[in-house]
Design a protein around this ligand. Structure first.
Ligand code: BES
Ligand code: MN
Ligand code: ZN
Length: 486
């Protein structure tokens, strides 16, 4: 989709192929007007119970020649004041529009409250719903073409609506960028490719660096290098910065394991292909910087991405090895499949040097987090109640939820090592938490939070506007959080 326009006033001027209207089983003023053009078809459908207005329901009414088709979207009991409901409705509308290959649509929001977040959510839903990943498929004409333009319409003009819609467009566009990066298989989205993608986001004030192996050795990134050793793909450490006002930065750290076989602690074959998604944290922080720079937030924001491939080989890191990274701490690697926290430990140790206002890392870190929270929330751990509260709130507002888990000191004993300062796995019990406790060791006294997106980074099946596959989780949450800080 190229453009989303906010409009109000008479319906007559809406020159689109499809109008989508959220509805219950009752005629509103707007529906009565539309029904007039359709010769009473809507009223008949409602009377006969063909359209009940339930939340998963949709009814399509072909338009008379030269007039738009109509799509009624059942709202059930959901309230249109909830941005998540608007996002969902917009997403449903655009998916149907795609399926029917119609070039333009309008979402008519008659009863929605006159508040900017509604328009941000509408734009997000329109763009997020208009997404599929077919870069690697033979294209058949018009296959993945969605509508080129969309209109969000209200009867009365709303102050700030266009600006909010533009923000929504930018955020969702960045989320779609993240989705596509995550969706790329391991042989495409290699560490060097992540660096190229980040570089492509630089310019117009955004600064980029990518450190290669030699530089990483000089700087002492021993943990990132250790994880990367088993692979022929060289690692990278990516730094992407939106300078903003030049103050203490918000540092966003994203796990960039481009494929996680487990290493010598090899994973079972079943489902291993999903571990191409193990760089979803990296994609989220790159997407967030892309959006925040475009929006022009005043804050300085720095994304850090340690990127590597985790493979077994004759050169690979082994269980029992003791390594030392940038922090200087010795780490006993009892399980080479707990590689994410290793590469993150170097990135967090580096983040300390930037005198950050706050550090947030985001990572597909533990299978245990999927067991605990499923697909509906990410795990959140933090050393700072205020920061944790901000992230939970930003999660609610953006529709990307986070749920806090404790980091009580009692958990530290699970990662005590007999021969080193710490070990990289605390076993099955509370595995998301012991991973969080491990990361916390590498963070100085700054507000820090860790988001475990193992359950939310990709969808196992299609639902609503989210197709099966990469979700781009984290972009909306991080952008909402950073914007909320002013
Ligand atoms: N990338 C995985 C975590 C993961 C698993 C993400 C399933 C999404 C879905 C991570 O590197 C990993 O292997 N974690 C291990 C840690 C364990 C060895 C301590 C895990 O959670 O099983
Ligand atoms: Mn692993
Ligand atoms: Zn991993």
């Amino acid at each position: 989709m190229r453009e989303i326009e906010v409009r109000s006033g008479a319906l007559e001027g809406l020159d689109v192929d499809l109008v989508a209207v959220p509805a219950r089983r009752e005629l509103t003023d707007l529906l009565r007007e539309l029904d007039g053009r359709l010769g009473g078809a809507i009223a008949r459908c409602m009377e006969q119970g063909i359209f009940l207005g339930k939340s998963d329901e949709a009814s399509f009414f072909p338009g008379p020649p030269g007039r738009p088709h109509l799509l009624l979207l059942g709202t059930g009991d959901t309230r249109l004041s909830d941005p998540a409901a608007i996002r969902g409705l917009a997403g449903r509308a655009v998916r149907l529009c795609r399926a029917k290959r119609l070039p333009s649509l309008a979402l008519l929001l008659e009863d929605a409250p006159a508040e900017p977040p509604v328009f941000q959510a509408a734009a997000e839903g329109l763009l997020l719903g208009d997404y599929s990943f077919d870069a690697l498929k033979r294209s058949e004409a018009g296959d993945s073409e969605g509508p080129a333009t969309a209109v969000v319409w209200t009867a009365q003009p709303v102050v700030g609506a266009s600006e909010a819609s533009a923000v929504g467009f930018t955020v969702a566009d960045a989320q779609n960028f993240a989705r596509s990066l995550v969706a790329q298989p391991g042989n495409v989205a290699k560490p060097t490719r992540l660096a190229e993608e980040a570089e492509a986001l630089s310019g117009r004030g955004v600064r980029f660096q990518a450190w290669d192996e030699e530089k990483l050795r000089q700087e002492g990134f021993g943990a990132l290098l250790a994880v990367s050793k088993g692979s022929c793909e060289p690692p990278r450490f990516i730094i992407l910065e939106h300078p903003g006002d030049g103050g203490p930065p918000l540092v966003l750290v994203g796990k960039g394991i481009t494929f996680d076989s487990g290493g010598i602690s090899l994973k079972p074959a079943k489902g291993m292909e999903e571990m191409k998604y193990d760089m979803a944290g990296a994609a989220a922080v790159l997407g967030a910087v892309r959006a925040l720079a475009k929006i022009g937030v005043p804050r300085r924001v720095v994304a850090l991405v340690p990127a590597a491939e985790n493979l077994p080989s004759g050169r690979a890191l082994k269980p029992g090895d003791v390594i030392r990274g940038l922090s200087g701490r010795s780490i006993e690697v009892v399980n080479t499949d707990a590689e994410g926290r290793l590469i993150l430990s170097d990135a967090l140790a580096y983040a300390n040097r930037l005198s950050p206002a706050a550090v947030v890392d985001i990572a597909t870190l533990t299978g245990g987090c999927v067991v605990a929270l499923g697909k509906h929330a990410s795990g959140l751990m933090s050393n700072d109640d205020a920061l944790a509260g901000e992230l939970v709130a930003a999660g609610e507002r953006s529709g990307e939820r986070a749920w806090r888990l404790p980091l009580w000191p009692e958990y530290r004993r699970q990662i005590d090592s007999e021969i080193a300062d710490i070990k990289n796995s605390g076993g099955r019990e509370a595995s998301p938490i012991t991973a969080g406790v491990f990361l916390q060791e590498f963070v100085d006294e700054v507000p820090w939070a860790h988001l475990d997106i193992a359950g939310t980074a990709w969808a196992e099946k299609e639902s609503g506007w989210q197709p099966k596959g990469a979700t781009g989780f984290g972009v909306r949450l991080l952008v909402e959080w950073a914007r909320g800080l002013g």
